[in-house]
Design a protein around this ligand. Structure first.
Ligand code: BGC
Length: 769
């Protein structure tokens, strides 16, 4: 494990130390020109091309295509030598265009068969320009917004020669203790599916190989978000019906949207590791969904089949992974070391290897790598953190923020204010605003909340700032060597108390205090699970002391998961959840605080009051005592603090006139549901109209509500719009634990339309066979 942390840490260093050889003009892809000609034609030609290549490959060269190596992997043989020997098909973590071209040149000019490499990187929410984390993009409830953010991210990543991202992460997560909840779209399979397909479109473009786009790898297949206790890497136990109805739909949506590859999951799913899981990789992915892309393992997860106590040793691990359906091995090298012998011993069929290599080569072909394997180095110089990127990142951050509370319309803040205190450990922190998985981001590019507010008021307003408290992680982070976790600077209690007092004194001297609290960048993400959801460190005390001054306090949260803000929800008049908003976060937050932008985001997760409530989600079953669902615990409410789909605005909306196109619909046909929405408040704003259904009876109990359609709209003051949502009755189908199949069961359904999962506008309809 330690090696992988080193590699990640070295990404930046390597990127800086570029090699001089790298002018594109230095390379002439002459040797591949006949192939290139052919490569311009359709699939049949692709098949012929790949088959021809396969016939000329040795077993070792084939296995080479199935091996991905990470930068700075400590090995006896250098990466250059591996390329020349045909022992590598892909690299991950390279971000330097010149080095990418240099390695590509070795592969296509000096390699025996001139097969290009594919360069992968975790482009999760932006490359150099960091966009809001995926959970935040989901909070926009706007698939077009998520698509646009990933399109821009692909543009930047492709500018340095990256061909392939390990995204989107579509793991459903209903437990905010799990740190990776920030990488996905939250708890709901319908919202998650729409976000999954939107991100695939954004990254890949209209088709694989579109210029300035990159290949996706939907991950982590499957069930990673259900880790026991929210502990990262722990086993998931998911019933068959929940797997089909909740955890698999976003993967299926991404596959249908054309994701060119898929990544396996680390953990055991029902006691079978994701990377050796024949059921998932064969029965579901290939047989049922007809996925024709290639499958890559997660980091060292092939080798780790042994660590799991699943495979007996390296060879067995390699055999189990390839036979389960893993085409490419990430960073461990048991394929390279063991597969050839395994084939010779008959443990793996030659045809299985051919199939895996065919999929990988076909994807390289479709990406156009056989025609143009290089990147123009000038792109890297002109296309990173451009003003267009910044603008798009700012809009994405504005559209992702969720206004959780706004008592007495404290927000937007009046521009006539003469003094503002901007307080908190995250108020002026450049790395933290980017969030986790910002590997190619430069903190120096980030705009903090303090900077954003200062820019908004170039003169005349006193803006003071203090950290107030420090925060730290109890355990090291895997990203520490690149983005160090915050380390306390104040060494004594007296020093800490003085800083605390300084912050509160600034609050007292100001007309309003903006407290920027939450979690530092490395406190969310991989290996960043928590056993509590409290504000880390003494942030809660700081907040309470600020409120106790009697000054109006606005709480701005920077976070990758719901945090325990139950006290704040009662005592802090305004709460804006900005998530980790990315490079332009400070400008976006300033715009939101002062009303240049109006919050319209909605929660993609149910927000618990207390960690003891998790896992908590809105789509639970009715049970035999559906009344008073908030009384399930004798020592506190079992209702969430904020429901799924919730979020306020600076304006008000009225919804009425719910209409359903027909009271009875044939299974498989659509239904149109419409409602009138009017902006009755003083400013323009966005609203997300949400449609939920409930199947009253059937072969299994169905959730009390399930999201089945939504649309985000913008309305000017006074403007009215009829929003028509199509309810596809296919979406009413489910996998029944009694019939062991998926079907739409005829019967009576409830339907609600509103602005969160507690929507009250109600109708019923029936579905006939
Ligand atoms: C993560 C993956 C990621 C890979 C490469 C793993 O630890 O689980 O999501 O794509 O590393 O960085």
């Amino acid at each position: 494990m330690s090696f992988r942390f080193t590699s990640r840490a070295l990404v930046r260093q390597f990127a800086v130390g570029s090699l001089s050889l790298a002018l594109l003009g230095a390379f002439s892809p002459l040797s591949i020109q006949p192939q290139a000609q052919e490569a311009r034609q359709g699939t049949a030609v692709a098949d012929r091309f790949v088959n021809d290549l396969l016939q000329r490959m040795t077993l070792e060269e084939k296995i080479g295509q199935m091996s991905q190596i990470a930068l700075n992997q400590k090995e006896s043989v250098s990466p250059d030598e591996r390329i020349l020997r045909g022992q590598v098909g892909s690299f991950l973590f390279l971000t330097d265009a010149k080095e990418i071209n240099r390695l590509q040149h070795l592969a296509v000019e000096k390699g025996r068969l001139h097969i290009p490499l594919i360069f992968g990187f975790d482009v999760i929410h932006g490359f150099r320009t960091i966009y809001p984390v995926p959970l935040a993009l989901a909070a926009s409830w706007d698939p077009a917004q998520a698509e646009e953010a990933q399109r821009m991210a692909a543009k930047e990543a492709s500018a340095v020669g990256i061909n392939w991202t390990f995204a989107p992460m579509v793991d459903i997560a209903r437990d905010p203790r799990w740190g990776r909840i920030m990488e996905g779209a939250g708890e709901d399979p319908y919202l998650g599916s729409r976000m999954a397909e939107a991100q695939v479109r954004g990254f890949q473009g209209d088709e694989i190989g579109s210029p300035e786009h990159i290949l996706t790898s939907v991950k982590h297949f499957a069930g990673y978000g259900a880790a026991d206790g929210g502990r990262d890497y722990d086993s998931s136990y998911i019933s068959e019906d929940r797997l089909w109805n909740v955890y698999l739909p976003p993967f299926e949506a991404a596959v249908r949207a054309g994701s060119g590859s898929l990544m396996t999951a680390y953990m055991d799913l029902n006691d079978v590791p994701g990377t050796g899981n024949n059921f998932l990789l064969h029965e579901v992915l290939r047989d049922k969904w007809k996925f024709n892309g290639f499958v890559v393992s997660d980091w060292e997860s092939v080798q780790n089949l042994t660590t799991h106590g699943f495979a007996s040793g390296p060879k067995d691990a390699a055999v189990r992974a390839i036979n389960a359906g893993v085409d490419m091995e990430m960073t461990s090298h048991v394929y390279r070391d063991e597969l050839a012998a395994a084939v010779k011993q008959g443990l793996v069929q030659q045809s299985t290897i051919d199939e895996a290599v065919r999929r990988i080569l076909t994807m390289k072909y479709r990406l156009g790598l056989f025609i143009n394997p290089y990147v123009l180095p000038s792109r890297a110089e002109t296309e990173l953190v451009t003003s267009a990127q910044r603008q798009a990142a700012r809009v994405a951050a504005e559209r992702s923020a969720v206004l959780l509370r706004n008592e007495g319309d404290l927000l937007p803040l009046k521009s006539s204010l003469s003094s503002i205190a901007v307080i908190g450990p995250l108020a002026d922190s450049k790395p933290d605003i980017m969030g986790s998985w910002s590997l190619a981001g430069h903190p120096a590019d980030s705009v903090t909340v303090l900077e954003g507010i200062r820019k908004r008021f170039p003169s005349g307003v006193t803006i003071s700032s203090a950290e107030g408290v420090e925060i730290e992680r109890g355990q090291p982070s895997i990203f520490d060597s690149q983005f160090p976790s915050p380390q306390p600077v104040l060494k004594t209690d007296a020093g800490r108390d003085a800083e605390f007092a300084r912050a509160i004194a600034l609050v007292k001297q100001s007309q309003v205090a903006v407290l920027v609290l939450g979690e530092a960048q490395t406190m969310s993400g991989e290996r960043a699970s928590r056993s509590s959801l409290t504000l880390p460190g003494r942030q809660q005390q700081l907040l309470e002391a600020a409120v106790a001054t009697g000054k109006p306090v606005v709480l701005v949260l920077l976070n990758g998961r719901p945090l325990d803000i139950t006290w704040a929800s009662q005592h802090v008049p305004a709460i804006l959840d900005a998530w980790y908003p990315g490079t332009e976060g400070g400008n976006a937050i300033a715009n939101l605080l002062f009303g240049d932008a109006n919050p319209g985001g909605k929660l993609p997760v149910t927000w618990p009051r207390d960690v003891g409530q998790v896992p908590i989600y809105y789509a639970h079953n009715l049970t035999q005592i559906p009344d008073a669902p908030d009384t399930r615990y004798w020592d506190g409410s079992s209702a969430p603090l904020y429901p799924f789909g919730y979020g306020l605005s600076y304006t008000k909306f009225r919804l009425d006139g719910l209409k359903v196109s027909t009271a009875s619909v044939k299974s498989g046909s659509p239904l149109t549901v419409s409602i009138e929405v009017q902006n009755t408040g003083p400013v323009a704003g966005d609203q997300v109209v949400q449609l939920y259904t409930h199947q009253r009876f059937g072969s299994a109990s169905r959730p009390v509500r399930e999201l089945k359609a939504f649309r985000r709209i913008s309305l000017k003051p006074g403007e009215k719009q009829t929003v028509a949502l199509t309810l596809d009755t296919h979406d009413l189908g489910f996998w029944s634990p009694q019939t062991h199949r998926w079907s739409i069961e005829p019967g009576t359904f409830d339907l609600w339309v509103g602005v969160d999962s507690t929507a009250t506008e109600h109708a019923t309809f029936t579905v006939s066979p």
